[in-house]
Design a protein around this ligand. Structure first.
Ligand SMILES: Nc1ncnc2c1ncn2[C@@H]1O[C@H](COP(=O)(O)OP(=O)(O)O)[C@@H](O)[C@H]1O
Ligand SMILES: [Mg+2]
Length: 228
């Protein structure tokens, strides 16, 4: 379970990016974070993988108390999380399969586990036939699939995505959304910050809307709403 309690986030320049945020996300949920540009979506997402700490308030993820934990424990937290960004940062000199394998190598997985797991994840994201290709040979949608494969390969409990379809055309964005739904169906908790109004309205999942750093709406089976 993810729990934010009375979270404020103020940046060094004094800008208040989040104010009084209380939020609970249970395992297995699919949650959209929506709101206008500058409303605080990315700030909220960065708190979840402890890229940032709140100015005040607490963040908990399962047994981890993010606002109290030692730096040395952060890798253990991050092993529970897969993170996907709008701009996929891939290793240009490595093949599709090697990009995914690398995410397992850095956490010390055995070559036997890597050999078994990488093809399964590439199959799930629809890149099995591109395994020997290099990132520059992939379309934008395929690059994002590879980013998702990399985020998934260590079996995270939580998949956290910040505008993952932001650079994609509507059809490709729809395919990526279906992939996130399938990943959620297989058990991962998905938290996605997005601007993609049509996609949010189509799939009828929980919608948490933010405006000027405050949660203004939290609906199960929600729609994007009036927040631009
Ligand atoms: N690192 C930062 N330093 C200072 N201000 C920031 C920083 N990151 C974001 N902000 C400000 O905080 C507000 C929320 O930004 P952000 O969380 O990126 O919103 P969103 O993802 O919804 O567009 C914006 O006004 C933005 O300018
Ligand atoms: Mg953002």
């Amino acid at each position: 379970m993810i729990r934010l309690e009375h979270v404020d986030k103020r940046y060094g320049n004094g800008h208040m990016a989040l104010s009084g945020v209380d939020l609970v996300i249970r395992r297995g949920e699919f949650v959209f974070i929506v709101g206008p540009s500058g409303s605080g979506k990315s700030s909220l997402i960065r708190l979840l993988y402890r890229e940032e700490l709140p100015t005040t308030g607490d963040v908990y993820i399962d047994q981890f108390h993010l606002t109290r934990m030692r730096r040395s424990q952060v890798p253990r937290l991050r092993r529970q999380l897969g993170v996907v960004f709008q701009d996929v940062k891939l290793l240009p000199q490595r093949s599709v399969a090697q990009n995914v394998a690398f995410a397992m190598e850095v956490v010390g997985a055995s070559s036997r586990d890597i050999a078994k797991r990488v093809p399964a994840v590439l199959e799930l994201v629809g890149l099995a036939r591109r395994r020997e290709s290099f990132p520059h040979q992939l379309s934008g949608g395929e690059q994002q699939r590879l980013g998702i494969a990399r985020a998934l390969v260590n079996n995270p409990v939580y998949l956290i995505a910040d505008e993952p379809t932001g650079n994609l055309d509507p059809d490709t964005a729809g395919e990526i959304m279906r992939l996130f739904l399938e990943i959620n169906r297989r058990g991962a908790t998905v938290i996605m910050a997005t601007h993609a109004r049509d996609l949010v309205n189509q799939v009828q999942r929980r919608v948490v809307a933010i405006e000027q750093g405050r949660i203004v709406r939290d609906e199960l089976k929600g729609a994007y709403g009036h927040e631009a």
